[in-house]
Design a protein around this ligand. Structure first.
Ligand code: SF4
Length: 373
């Protein structure tokens, strides 16, 4: 009776506790916590999580985050462009494409001393992962440069840092060589949904991107793959991107969520800036559907205030890029990040091969025990 009267008057009655369990964010977050990561997500399921009321999504993203991760730990990665500009591809958001007049000067690949110096500086500033980016379509026919990069990978790994590369498309053999050199992760973003992708890039296909991810995975390298929002895509495309990632045979270990930084001279120069709510929606959905992934609050972070970033961490982000620049666009100030860690009570995440090392140690121990037995 109370219910009927309240509905007629347009006022919702106080909801009994179970009524809070009606949004998909609640249902799916509880399922994720109960059953662990799933790879059989339907697009509709992800869409219903994504469409949940924002505070529900934020709260349940936080719950999954706290269940699976040490929620105060945030990974700090430094991204260095070791070969800038002059790229033959036509990614509409990218100032490094040679097809757009953005005023960016193409540069040759950085030498070893300069790269190692930058890695050392990043380590001293608290970064545990060093990522090297080169503006190439792929590494085919770049034997000399590729061998140099293998050398950089070995050196940086020996400094006690995780090493990541983003060099465009890879062949199977190259992925294996990078693994042998000690590469921790390879970044290759899908950018957006399969359907919207041709609006953004036409010089390589979505399937070629997925093939590179497969080679990386088969080589035993961690996969880092996410996308960009604010490219003019519909919300359905954001759901499509998350659906592709969440239904890969293995979820990516890292999922960067980027907000477009619109650069003058690129075809997307006039896109309107992404709002914080859009970021939170993406991050929390990614957290619920790929619970173990490191969800990275990536490009565009520079535009968000500390309280806004705090909401992203609460929603489930646990990785950031630090350093003056993100390839060619500005990034957050080092001191501001230090202060943010202090105020929010965040702690830097240690490199994860220390866990690998612990596992190896354990394995060695077990071997020793079994051989002595
Ligand atoms: S995003 Fe990468 S592949 Fe695309 S134009 Fe820029 S540097 Fe080239």
């Amino acid at each position: 009776m109370l219910l009927i009267r309240s509905l007629r008057s347009g006022i919702r009655p106080p909801a009994p506790h179970s009524a809070f369990s009606t949004s998909a964010a609640v249902v799916q977050a509880e399922r994720t916590i109960r059953e662990g990561p799933r790879k059989d997500w339907s697009r509709e399921e992800i869409k219903s999580v994504y469409d949940s009321p924002i505070l529900d999504l934020l709260f349940h993203g936080a719950q999954v985050h706290r269940h699976v991760h040490k929620f105060r730990e945030v990974q700090q990665c430094t991204l260095l462009s070791i070969k800038t500009g002059g790229c033959s591809e036509n990614c509409s958001y990218c100032p490094q494409s040679s097809r757009y007049d953005t005023g960016l000067k193409a540069q040759k690949m950085m030498n070893k001393d300069a790269v190692l110096q930058a890695a050392k500086k990043a380590k001293e500033a608290g970064s545990t992962r060093f990522c090297m980016g080169a503006a190439w379509r792929d590494t085919v026919g770049r034997k000399t440069n590729f061998n140099q990069i293998l050398e950089y990978v070995k050196e940086i790994r020996s400094m006690g840092m995780e090493v990541c590369c983003t060099l465009g498309m890879l062949e199977k053999q190259q992925a294996m060589e990078l693994k042998k050199a000690g590469l921790t992760a390879y970044n290759h973003n899908l950018d957006t949904s399969r359907e919207y992708y041709p609006n953004i890039i036409t010089t390589r296909s979505y399937d070629e991107r997925l093939e590179t991810l497969q080679y990386v995975r088969e080589a035993g390298i961690s996969v880092c793959s996410g996308g960009i929002i604010g490219l003019g895509e519909a919300e359905e495309d954001r759901v499509g991107l998350l659906h592709t990632l969440a239904t890969l045979p293995t979820h990516p270990e890292s999922v960067p969520i980027n907000a477009l930084v619109a650069v003058k001279g690129t075809p997307l120069q006039d896109q309107k800036p992404v709002e914080i709510w859009e970021m939170i929606r993406m991050i929390a959905t990614a957290r619920i559907v790929m619970p173990r992934a490191m969800v990275r609050l990536s490009a565009g972070r520079v535009r968000f205030s500390m309280p806004e970033q705090a909401l992203c961490f609460l929603a489930g982000a646990n990785s950031i890029f630090t350093g003056e620049k993100l390839l060619t666009t500005p990034n957050n100030d080092f001191d501001a990040d230090q202060l943010m860690f202090k105020i929010l009570g965040l702690t830097p995440k240690a490199p994860s091969f220390s866990e690998e090392a612990k596992a190896c140690e354990l394995e060695r121990c077990e071997e020793a025990v079994s051989s002595s037995g």
